[in-house]
Design a protein around this ligand. Sequence first.
Ligand code: G1P
Length: 294
Amino acid sequence: MASFSKIRKAVFPVAGLGTRFLPATKSVPKEMLTIVDRPVIQVAVDEAKAAGIEHFIFVTGRNKGVIEDHFDKQFELEETLRARGKFDALEKLRKDLPAAGQTSFTRQQEPLGLGHAVWCARELVGGEPFALVLPDMLMQADPGCLSQMITAYEKHGGNVVAVEEVPKEDVSSYGVVGCANKTGDTFEITQMVEKPAIEDAPSNLIISGRYILQPEIFDEIAKQNPGAGGEIQITDAMISLMNVQQFFGCQFSGTTYDCGSKIGFLAANVAYGLKSEELGEEFRLVLNEILNKK
Ligand code: G1P
């Protein structure tokens, strides 16, 4: 089997304003809203950690300081927990804490689009292939979505994009891929388009918010003009890079919750709540009670 550079770094774009969740996101970043008891961004980092990622790069913006605090040691809190003998809670905090030097933060100063946000991480990524994780898209999968993609990458190399089927009427909210010959779960992508009109979509396979990209993507982003929505799009940069590098779609197994929408966020809380070891059983009863109320 060919050997490809290990994917060590993951980029998390977290600069978005979260206007769809106002007023909740007036002073709390949308990435800190919780799925049961874990912030959305923590769930995304958990997935990356499980996939062997060693360095976590956050592209933040103004008013996102608490994301940085979340991934830091909270000395007073830990001392208080220790003094009160709450060792379970302490151990949970310890497990989630990235090691010293494992996180980096940079800011996207202006909201110029997802492609631009990724480009802001170019110096932190350097010249190696990396993962890009959009925390809005939560995937309940075992092994995790990024782990499944890294397995595909270790086989094929190149660039890998997680894809999944959606009803045709939903394609315009996403990047959409096309392929010439789809035989298995991993296949070569021949076409991509960002937020197409339904009639222009090459398929109903959407880009799900997880990518493994070669570092040449940064030069392609730098050349892009604003695309869909007047923003610098990562999809457009991938289309340019497709002229010289291969892109593979990885149709992973699992369920996606689009937490960029309120309904997806609520659904994610129900799904993760039901799966929770601590609360699942009780939550199922409570949920049934609510559903059965006339
Ligand atoms: C971004 C990408 C899009 C992808 C989507 C997944 O769009 O540009 O290709 O399908 O994430 O969530 P956004 O949701 O930032 O508009």
